[in-house]
Ligand binder design. Structure first.
Ligand code: E4P
Length: 220
């Protein structure tokens, strides 16, 4: 099971990389734009924080195949071991095929259905990112898409992994893992919901109060 942080915020990555056994960091154009930093310096700072043994992902902006290929090559020239995120359009599929032949690893992104994701896997993508919450928001079933995609991959393309993405709640993340997703990428806001449950703090407070009442101290 692989856990990625879906953010380019350096402070969040620094804090959460100390707490969680992360496999790396994923970004997209909106995530990079939010930090208002040039792409390459944002990526190299993220890589410095997580270490080069962890995976780092960045997305192309071009819409045409040649543009995507050029941007992917540019990103790989500047950032070691980067995995390039390519939107799974017709042009994107063609770029994924070409980049795979060049030995550049890709993640097929903007995936809204199992069939679309499966084609990206056949084209050679290492990871496929179904957008769980965005599928749900359209009235679809994001978890079902993850389950179907994962089943297709396990049967027909076992070397490709589902990297479930786009979450609003911890429940969606758990359901994806139960549906077989081999990796998930989760934003800091949803990660915090896993580890900042007020009920946990209330339970610890009660232990402290009971202890203090009995022993008049706050230590063992
Ligand atoms: C990952 O590949 C996606 O870029 C990202 O998780 C989308 O998440 P959002 O729907 O929260 O923007």
């Amino acid at each position: 099971m692989e856990l990625f942080l879906d953010t380019a915020n350096l402070a969040d990555v620094e804090r959460l990389a100390k707490i969680l056994p992360i496999h790396g960091v994923t970004t997209n154009p909106s995530i990079i734009a939010k930090e208002k930093r040039p792409l390459l310096s944002a990526l190299s700072e993220l890589q410095q924080i997580i270490g080069k043994d962890k995976l780092l992902f960045a997305q192309t902006i071009a819409h045409d195949t040649q543009g995507m290929i050029k941007e992917a090559q540019y990103l790989r020239e500047h950032i070691d071991n980067l995995i390039v995120k390519i939107p799974v359009t017709a042009e994107g599929l063609s770029a994924i095929k070409a980049l795979t032949q060049q030995g550049i690893p890709t993640l097929g992104t903007a995936v809204y259905g199992a069939g679309q994701g499966f084609l990206a896997a056949l084209a050679g993508a290492k990871y496929i990112a179904p957008y769980v919450n965005r599928i749900d928001a359209q009235g679809g079933d994001g978890i079902c898409a993850v389950r179907e995609l994962n089943t297709l991959l396990r049967l027909h393309k076992p070397e490709t992994k589902v990297c479930a993405a786009s979450f609003r709640t911890p429940r969606q993340v758990l359901d994806c893992m139960l549906a077989g997703a081999g990796s998930v990428t989760v934003g800091p806001d949803v990660i915090e919901l896993f580890i900042q449950d007020p009920a946990v703090f209330a339970a610890i407070d009660k232990f402290d109060q009971d202890w203090f009442r009995a022993f008049n101290k706050n230590s063992l």
